[in-house]
Design a protein around this ligand. Structure first.
Ligand code: HXC
Length: 274
């Protein structure tokens, strides 16, 4: 069997939400230069918001910003910062405020991952993923919270589902994403009285992403297993995460906070009988 190409499933979308719901709002997104977080940013911009996308690679961020401005007609600024560095993140927030004067929505999406067993994973490798995913999320919250409070805004943290059960070769990201889920819950409880909401989106396997590419063996057997991965009979699309994002930031979710929204086509509920 020939290896299957990673393609984005077609998900028709454009008229689900009112395209002006985020008019006048500003999004700050870490990891927005590519993949799922780029799609999430584009979706929020398509609904009227301007954005700042933050990441380590300025070339990629600059290119993405131009493309997002073209596709949405909104403004997007690229800001280079490593989420592991609180000072750089604070500078990124300052640049966003200087440009737009406010931050309403934050996507904590910067993440790193690879497959490695505990027996060979180095201490530094474990720490690196914890620092990008968990501490990077904390740093992003710290840097943005005063502005999000002022706007009575909202956070979405991008997590995963692999830590719900023990996933081999994923101890680093499992620990890191469990930390992200916990952080979001506490943030929701502490900041709710200030009008701030915090939720998690937990994507299942999403086609056409770097994460998928890194984590899926390229054997025909592994590719075939992907076909049976969800009760809905397909892999996720970035569009599926975009829709969840627009919903959670919108007033339709005004009474939803401290939740984890699993977007995986029902894969977590699927128990196969062999
Ligand atoms: C074992 C590895 C490794 C690998 C790196 N390391 N890659 N160990 N297997 N494949 C080790 C290094 O040897 C080093 O340890 C330590 O990790 C730090 O590596 P650096 O390259 O110095 O770190 P850095 O340049 O900061 O890169 C961070 C990274 C990298 C996470 C390691 O892969 C990265 O930048 N990734 C960003 C993009 C990415 O991963 N996207 C996919 C996200 S998907 P030593 O001991 O040698 O010093 C995702 C979704 C999760 O997050 C859920 C999916 C379902």
């Amino acid at each position: 069997m020939a290896p299957r190409a990673y393609v984005q499933p077609v998900v028709e979308t454009t008229t689900i939400f009112n395209p002006a719901i985020f008019k006048g709002k500003v999004l700050f997104c870490t990891g927005g230069g590519s993949g799922i977080c780029r799609g999430m940013t584009e979706a929020v911009m398509r609904h009227g918001a301007d954005a700042a996308i933050v990441g380590r690679k300025l070339d990629r961020l600059t290119q993405t910003s131009k493309e997002l401005e073209k596709s949405t007609g909104r403004k997007c600024i690229p800001v280079q910062a490593d989420v592991r560095d609180p000072a750089l993140l604070k500078a990124a927030v300052a640049k966003t405020i200087e440009t737009y004067g406010r931050i309403d929505y934050v996507i904590c999406g910067a993440a790193g991952n690879f497959l490695a067993p505990i027996s060979t994973l180095s201490e530094n490798a474990f720490r690196t993923v914890m620092e990008i995913d968990t501490i990077g999320t904390f740093n992003t919250v710290k840097a943005t919270l005063a502005h999000v409070r002022q706007a009575k805004g909202s956070y979405i943290h991008v997590s995963a589902t692999l830590h719900y059960k023990a996933s081999p070769f994923q101890v680093h990201v499992s620990a890191a994403k469990a930390g992200v889920d916990a952080l979001s819950g506490v943030l929701a409880v502490e900041e709710g009285p200030h009008g701030v909401r915090s939720n998690v989106i937990a994507p299942g396997p999403i086609a056409g992403t770097e994460g998928m590419d890194r984590l899926t063996p390229k054997t025909p057997e592994a590719q075939a297993r992907l076909d049976a991965i969800s009760p809905l009979g397909r892999l996720g699309a970035i569009k599926d995460i975009e829709h969840a994002t627009v919903f959670l930031f919108s007033d339709a979710a005004a009474f939803i906070t401290g939740q984890v929204l699993v977007v995986d086509g029902g894969s977590e509920n699927l128990r196969t009988v062999s």
